[in-house]
Design a protein around this ligand. Structure first.
Ligand code: C2E
Ligand code: CA
Ligand code: CA
Length: 587
């Protein structure tokens, strides 16, 4: 805020503006009269530069050519009437001081002229007044101009954030309301992203306000370079930014913008010998679905942003059944505990296809929760909750048991599929989970060789040495391992090779556009090549169309999973799906 006050004083109105060094004077007079005028002004200590005109054309040209401080006109020139000269000047420069010089005998007419728009009329007989009149009028014109500038600046400040120089909420709200109205009329959708700089308070406390303001200004600049034409960028309040996409082609467009905005913030701000890098979490809402007014939409975007922060995600999309967001985590945790015990969770299974033979070689088990009041709750909501509260252990054991049982059932029906279970361990009692996994698998006896465990790089990194020995023990029991979401973590393939891994699953964010975006395609190709060199099988997840499927098959990728091949289905339905494919000879 301090910056705003300093800047305000720079332009605020000064009561007595100074005269210019030389008053630029346009004279509409005969040569003799002009000479008299200039001598008189200079005699009174007024420095002037001047030009003289006598016809309407010359007057127009002089006005177009130069910036004048004052016009002095004779009322009765043979080729240009005083009233006509006044009209011409007013048309081009409404605010330029205009002073008549008139014979005493025609002062009445001249006074009428003054009333119709000239600033003053000086009689030739009292020309000694002229310098004082010019001084006064030039000063007053300057005051008027300063006033206009100040009003403009005030208006600018009313609609802009002074630190980032971005439009503020007052301005943005208008644009947002307009976009909502438009979306409703044209039956299209738009998106609003809201985000903050993470740990801004810490930056403020450690480095002081001035540096914190510089960080915000830097963020504003980075964003301006990233946000495409047609989108609106704003700073809603200190450390809260928003991007409006008034017309959205697809939800994916909004997520891509999240990614590029997040990327742009990585550009560090160097302060002395410290490089500060801003990071953000984004709340995403779509309109008109998530709110019918700017206020509601902004609130919902903030809720989504809060959700992203809670789940340590880069972004979170607002859940339209707001109750899911509003219900307290505490209540949800106790509901989840009961749901695991009462079997209110269930698993869906998504097929994995061998890209060479087209056969279904495995499935991934994905948990769902059917809440008695809130309806289906997606895993993105309850898995992080389970991870934070230790419920991930009973949840994983429950998934494991269900998946093994289902796997045995399919095997009995003639479909010996490998069943993959997700193993997430963040923030939970990891050692306990591994131990109980051994117990459960040792007791299961049957089906362990059919089991695959999907773990992410971050799980491996929690305690690499312990993870390695635990993985080896599970492998001895017959289980295999896949590295999930590969590419978005930090570990190298070479490092992962030291672990007993069989497969890597390329994260769907690279796969979805692999066939159309050169950069994504190149990353996927590289992972496939390097993975093969290390003797690993490669699975691409997130295959949504035939083009991507073909592209990956051509790259030599081993397996594929995605909506195009098959959506996650309940166990019995997946059995029927497999039977139907076998009948058609595709599996
Ligand atoms: P994940 O392990 O990466 O699972 C793949 C996710 O991608 C699933 O979302 C799946 O429905 C989705 N998906 C499949 N094909 C496509 C596609 O073609 N395009 C797109 N855009 N998405 C596709 P889902 O079921 O919502 O699961 C989300 C995440 O929740 C999973 O990500 C996994 O990390 C976690 N999760 C799910 N079930 C369990 C579980 O039983 N235990 C644990 N620990 N985590 C689970
Ligand atoms: Ca997975
Ligand atoms: Ca995955």
């Amino acid at each position: 805020m301090s910056a705003a006050i300093t800047r305000f004083s720079d332009w605020s109105v000064v009561s007595e503006p100074a005269l210019p060094d030389a008053v630029r004077t346009l004279l509409i007079q005969t040569v003799e009269d002009a000479h008299l005028t200039v001598c008189e002004l200079r005699r009174r200590g007024l420095e002037v530069t001047f030009e003289r005109v006598e016809t309407p054309r010359e007057l127009n040209e002089a006005l177009a050519r130069s910036d004048w401080d004052v016009v002095i006109a004779d009322y009765t020139l043979p080729r240009l009437l005083g009233s006509d000269a006044l009209e011409i000047v007013r048309r081009s420069s409404p605010d330029l001081p205009f002073v008549f010089v008139a014979e005493d005998s025609i002062q009445d007419k001249a006074i009428a002229g003054m009333l119709s728009g000239a600033q003053d009329c000086v009689a030739k007989e009292t020309l000694t007044r002229l310098a004082a009149v010019v001084r006064r009028e030039v000063r007053e014109a300057r005051v008027r101009q300063e006033g206009i500038r100040a009003r403009r600046k005030l208006q600018y400040l009313a609609y802009h954030d002074p630190i980032t120089d971005l439009p503020n909420y007052a301005y943005f709200r208008d644009r947002l309301e307009q976009a909502i109205l438009n979306a409703r009329r044209r039956v299209c959708r738009g998106a609003l992203l809201v985000f903050k700089v993470n740990e801004f308070r810490e930056i403020n406390e450690s480095f002081g306000h001035e540096i914190a303001d510089r960080v915000l200004a830097h963020v504003g600049r980075c964003l301006k370079e990233t946000v495409p034409d047609g989108c609106e960028l704003a700073c809603l309040r200190a450390n809260e930014f928003a991007i409006l996409i008034p017309v959205l082609a697809s939800e994916e467009q909004a997520i891509r913008l999240v990614l590029s905005a997040a990327e742009s913030l990585h550009k560090p701000l160097v302060v002395g010998d410290v490089a500060l890098e801003a990071q953000s979490r984004f709340g995403v809402v779509y309109f008109p679905d998530h709110g019918s007014s700017a206020e509601i939409l902004t609130q919902n975007a903030r809720k989504a942003q809060y959700q992203a922060r809670k789940t340590c995600s880069l972004y979170s999309v607002y859940l339209p059944h707001g109750a899911q967001n509003r219900i307290s985590d505490l209540a949800l945790v106790s509901d989840l505990r009961r749901a695991i015990a009462d079997d209110r969770l269930y698993l869906l299974y998504q097929p994995k296809m061998d890209l060479r033979t087209g056969a279904t070689v495995g499935v991934e088990a994905l948990a769902r929760w059917n809440h008695p009041v809130l309806g289906t709750i997606p895993p993105a909501r309850f898995i992080p909750l389970a991870e934070r509260t230790g419920l991930i252990t009973p949840l994983t054991l429950w998934s494991l048991e269900q998946a093994l049982r289902q796997g045995r059932e399919w095997a009995d029906q003639g479909f010996p599929l490998r069943v993959a279970v997700n193993l997430s361990m963040q923030n939970s009692s990891v050692a306990d989970l591994w131990e109980r996994l051994f117990d459960r698998l040792a007791a299961a006896r049957l089906g362990t060789h059919q089991l695959q465990l999907e773990i992410t790089e971050s799980v491996v990194m929690i305690n690499p040495a312990a993870t390695l020995s635990n993985m080896k023990r599970l492998k001895e029991l017959g289980a295999s391992f896949a590295i999930d979401d590969f590419g978005i973590g930090y570990s190298s393939l070479a490092y992962l090779k030291r672990l007993p891994i069989d497969e890597i699953k390329i994260d769907k964010s690279f796969v979805v556009h692999a066939a159309t975006e050169a950069e994504d395609g190149a990353i996927v190709k590289l992972i496939v090549q390097m993975g093969h060199e290390l003797g690993l099988k490669i699975v691409a997840e997130g295959i949504e169309d035939a083009e991507t499927l073909d592209f990956l098959a051509r790259l030599g990728c081993d397996m594929a999973q995605g909506y195009y091949i098959g959506r996650p289905l309940p166990g019995p339905e997946l059995g029927a799906w497999l039977a139907a494919r076998r009948k058609q000879g595709t599996s």
